[in-house]
Design a binder for this molecule. Structure first.
Ligand SMILES: O=C(O)c1ccccc1NCC(=O)[C@H](O)[C@H](O)COP(=O)(O)O
Length: 213
């Protein structure tokens, strides 16, 4: 059985990047979306990832990014993947993948089983599907809000591409979420924070322990 992958998302300080590495997170997430309390610029991305060894994945989280933004971020050479959290179509995902030469993840907002079925349209375009809770209409952010969906919706669903689970995961529920869904990758942001955008070293450690137990 392969090892569980753990992504700590929305990192913005050297201390919390260090904590995620010490806690054996496999993926570090960096949000580039000015409306987010976790937003970082390209130069911060470069500095934060400088001490990260190459076996740890570095994922930029973006919302309907323009080619200009993607060019600026990928020019840092800091990234291994792009996570698209907006309304990107399968065609746009495929173009980004081909144009920027990085692994591309597509976040799939989930409320019902139909949302999971609709994700099939991205097979062949995205390298990984990230099932995340759908945020309410008019919400400030399309992710990172600590909301969860009904994990049983994923039970028994054949998913033919690599995938991960996100949305409302925390220290107290991540083991149950993995048991119900069989997720090979879990992704967390709010669940390891003391306040929006303020990550906790202790919570990052505890989350990784709970996920791996
Ligand atoms: O985290 C943000 O601020 C954010 C902003 C815009 C788009 C996506 C964003 N986060 C996406 C993530 O990858 C989160 O880790 C994911 O939605 C789970 O968040 P949470 O429920 O808070 O753990």
């Amino acid at each position: 059985m392969s090892r569980l992958a753990i992504k700590i998302c929305g990192l913005s300080t050297p201390e919390t990047v260090g904590a995620a590495m010490r806690a054996d997170a496999t993926h570090l997430g960096f949000v580039h979306f000015p409306k987010s309390p976790r937003h970082i610029e390209a130069d911060q991305l470069r500095a934060l990832t400088a001490p990260v060894p190459s076996h740890i994945h570095r994922v930029a989280v973006l919302v309907d990014p323009t080619d200009e933004v993607l060019t600026e971020l990928t020019a840092t050479d800091a990234l291994t993947a792009l996570q698209l959290h907006g309304k990107e179509t399968p065609e746009r995902v495929a173009i980004i993948r081909q144009r920027f030469g990085l692994s591309v993840w597509k976040a799939i907002p989930v409320k019902t089983r139909a949302d999971i079925d609709a994700a099939r349209a991205y097979a062949g375009a995205a390298d990984l599907l990230l099932f995340d809770a759908k945020t309410p209409d008019g919400a400030a952010l399309p992710g990172g809000m600590g909301l969860r969906f009904d994990w049983t919706l994923l039970r028994g669903v054949p998913i033919s591409v690599p995938w991960g689970l996100s949305g409302g995961l925390g220290i107290d529920n991540v083991a149950e979420a993995i048991r119900i869904t069989g997720a090979p990758l879990v992704d967390v942001s709010s669940g390891v924070e003391n306040a929006p955008g303020i990550k906790s070293v202790d919570k990052i450690m505890a989350f990784c322990n709970a996920a791996s137990s």
